[in-house]
Design a protein around this ligand. Sequence first.
Ligand code: SAH
Ligand code: SF4
Length: 353
Amino acid sequence: MDKVNFYDFTMPKLEAYLMEKGYERFRAKQLFRWVYGQKTIDFALMTNMSKALRQELSEILDFNLPKMVSHLVSTDGTQKFLFDVGGETVESVLIPSEDRMTLCVSSEVGCNIACKFCFTGKQKLKMRLSVSQIMGQYLGAVKVLNDTVRISNIVFMGMGEPLDNPVSVFDAIENLHSPSGCNVSRKKITVSTSGIVPLMPLITKSRTRMAVSLNGANDAVRSFIMPINKKWPLAELLKACREYCDETGDKVTFEYVLLKGITDSIEDARELYRLTKNIPNKINIIPFNEHPGSGFERPAESQIVAFQQELIKLGAHVLRRKTMGRDIFAACGQLRSAYDGHPGRLELAQQGV
Ligand code: SAH
Ligand code: SF4
């Protein structure tokens, strides 16, 4: 019989699965305690279960996690982890800042949303990650960091659109958050979406933080760079954001990529402010990280500063996302598994930035 992967289960789902197999419900809790609490997957050590039971469980459960196939450390302290997820690879990036250590995880290999400026989006969707493949990015990073640094925040801003893979993403979030799992506060977990409006209430329900890739301050520009806007235009997107704020009392984070000549004018800044001012929010401006053949450019530094200053002047709460990890090709929107295992191509990528 094929084994099932322990890490693919939330506690309620494992309870249901074990009960269906004829075991007691509390066995799920015991297993969670061993694996996430005691950090052991060795059945020999699970002495509060009979030998016979352990033998049986070992025949139906495995604890396979994606193998880490590379670990790169940038000169600025950013680290990139590459995982084998069955022939494909995904990336996670650890980004240090003054007050936090953020792990940026992937939810898919490739992405069908096809935003024009995004490196991942150039690659059609190849696979949606399973719960264990998402958990594995966190657990793998924790293991290799070996207590030298503690991951404080998790953001779903790596490869893929989290709301295109909602069951795995929200089950993984439950395990990451649960005190019986990894015990990460929900408020330290952020789900970033390009705006799959009908599924945005799932973020609200999970009580994590919502980030929305706005990137355009009107429908014409946004539809040009993010085709998803044709399906769910700004009015609908912003309504979903407002509902999140109303229900959770939290602010939504708007991500806004600065593309030279397309989204970076002072008038764009004003339009962005007008568009968002009635929703409790922070704006995260991200100067475009260039990649070969993108057809877009990063604005001049003076323009980036002027854009931010205009928003500040208007009274927006705006932060500039620092570009980190460029030397290891780990900056925002640069993740793409096709580059994995080709160090020569990393050099190529650097030339573009
Ligand atoms: N799919 C989700 C999460 C991953 S993308 C989403 O789109 O929200 C994370 C962020 O990176 C998004 O805000 C996206 O707009 C931004 N991004 C993508 N490509 C980029 C690039 N080349 N330079 C800067 N930011 C980029
Ligand atoms: Fe997909 Fe997000 Fe990239 Fe758009 S920006 S293509 S949604 S990963």
